[in-house]
Ligand binder design. Structure first.
Ligand SMILES: Cc1cc2nc3c(=O)[nH]c(=O)nc-3n(C[C@H](O)[C@H](O)[C@H](O)COP(=O)(O)O)c2cc1C
Length: 181
């Protein structure tokens, strides 16, 4: 029996369009296969209190978030604020990717919402596809400024994100969580 097998783990995640949910489900499957007792809850404005009850009963809490303007949503921040004394691993998805430093900045911003006495075990992120409205907005911007390199790179990134999270993303986040736990 390894360390993970003895743990009661809660996964509390917030997902708007399903990317972070896909990661949360991969983590739940993997850690349950390791023998951990895993409970999982989708954090919404209505379920924040229930999520806190669930996390209170766990040794270790995995908190999943989608990147909202460089950080996490208010409901995830509320869950994080209640994790006093808990061991916490963060996982997240963001529309932009390809640069570890970008994910590190987001993780730092989300980590800062934990109470001082929470034990931060680490975090991992991957890219997640964005909605079609984003592409339409970029295309409208490009029509205003034809050939603009910054807008064209945002369109390239939109298309690069379309296949994420993919199997390699899920495997990398599961491996990071296993190593951290
Ligand atoms: C309102 C809003 C704000 C966003 N802000 C960012 C951001 O600041 N940086 C980023 O990389 N992606 C940003 N995204 C993209 C999402 O973080 C990304 O698509 C994520 O994978 C969505 O996860 P979900 O499917 O679990 O909701 C934003 C998306 C929305 C809808």
């Amino acid at each position: 029996m390894n360390d993970t097998a003895r743990k009661a783990i809660a996964i509390a995640y917030n997902s708007n369009s399903g990317n972070t949910r896909t990661v949360a489900e991969a983590l739940e499957r993997a850690l349950a296969a390791d023998g951990a007792q895993v409970t999982s809850i989708q954090v919404t404005p209505e379920s924040v209190k229930r999520a806190s009850v669930l996390t209170e009963a766990a040794d270790t809490v995995l908190v999943g978030f989608w990147c909202d303007k460089g950080s996490c949503t208010d409901e995830v921040a509320e869950v994080l604020a209640g994790l006093s004394g808990k061991c916490v691993f963060l996982f997240g998805t963001a529309g932009f990717g390809g640069e570890a430093a970008y994910f590190d900045r987001i993780l730092s911003s989300v980590r800062a919402k934990l109470p001082a006495d929470a034990v931060y075990l680490g975090g991992a992120m991957c890219q997640g596809r964005m909605g079609g409205g984003v592409l339409a907005r970029y295309e409208a911007m490009l029509a205003e400024k034809p050939g603009d390199a910054r807008i064209m790179s945002m369109i390239d990134n939109f298309h690069a994100a379309e296949s994420h999270p993919d199997d390699a993303d899920l495997a990398a986040i599961v491996a990071a969580a296993r190593a951290a736990l």
